[in-house]
Design a protein around this ligand. Structure first.
Ligand code: ADP
Length: 253
């Protein structure tokens, strides 16, 4: 752990808000800045990082000392996920809390991460066993990046997530509002597909930074499905600029 300079936990109150997409794009973006980065997929029941980075066909190997080697996505980005241990996409992991805690502990302590500038952890949604285990085994993180969507239904659960962070003394590095409006590619008019601006309001209410809004962009969804991190695909797109703007404050020296 002492070899990891910064530890970021990407969290959300609800599933499907784009948390894994944010985590994967953040890790890839940091690696493009020349940083040594690890991406740990702690979503044991729904690991999506291997697919998001198109490394789902890779197999894990261990060294002589029985430390597991993370999958190398690139020269300076290493990835670990339970997805690398499953025989098929439809295999379900049916485990109770203690087994999940053990696995998360192994992922942190028994994986040969080497020296990292950043470890980005994609945490499963909610405030249950896994986020608690992640915080415990990391032995203190820089903080959480909390992902939400604009509508109030998502906000209700994200408020719980922010309260959780407060109670476990995990600083909130900022809130990202994903799927925030849609810019028509034909007329450039903005439509708010989901009503509300819950992210900014929550940041104000909880006195935490608001990192920014990411629009709904079918190209981002399509890139994710193809395992291409969008942040490196289309630098000129407004969505990529929004991602970069949100990530900028997370780039420490
Ligand atoms: P979570 O980790 O919160 O469950 P994911 O990152 O898996 O969410 O995203 C859920 C789905 O939404 C994925 O298909 C992803 O490609 C898509 N998605 C995420 N963010 C956006 C966005 N800004 N625009 C379009 N599609 C998105």
């Amino acid at each position: 752990m002492s070899e990891i300079a910064h530890k970021y936990i990407v969290m959300s109150g609800k599933g499907g808000v784009g948390k894994s997409s944010v985590a994967a794009n953040l890790a890839v973006w940091l690696s493009t800045k020349g940083k040594q980065v690890g991406l740990l997929d702690a979503d044991i029941h729904g690991p999506s990082v291997p697919k998001l980075l198109a490394v789902d066909d890779r197999k894990l190997a261990s060294d002589d000392g029985h430390r597991v080697q993370p999958i190398e996505y690139s020269e300076n980005l290493r990835v670990m996920s339970i997805g690398f241990m499953l025989s098929s996409d439809s295999e379900a992991v049916i485990w109770r809390g203690p087994m999940k805690h053990n696995l998360i502990q192994q992922f942190v302590q028994n994986v040969d991460w080497g020296r990292l500038d950043y470890l980005v952890v994609d945490c499963p949604p909610g405030t249950g066993d896994e986020p608690l285990s992640v915080i415990q085994v990391l032995g203190g993180a820089d903080g959480a990046v909390v992902v939400t969507t604009p509508q109030e239904m998502a906000a209700i659960d994200v408020r719980k997530c922010l309260t959780f962070c407060r109670q476990v003394n995990l600083p909130v590095l900022g809130i990202i509002e994903n799927m925030s409006g849609f810019i028509c590619p034909h007329c450039s008019k903005r439509s708010d597909i989901f009503a509300g601006h819950s992210g900014e309001q929550m940041a104000e209410d909880f006195h935490v930074p608001f990192l920014g809004c990411i629009p709904i962009d079918p190209a981002l969804g399509a890139a994710s499905d193809r395992g291409k991190p969008f942040v490196t695909l289309a630098p000129e797109s407004a969505t990529v600029q929004a991602l970069q703007h949100a990530f900028e404050p997370l780039l420490n020296s």
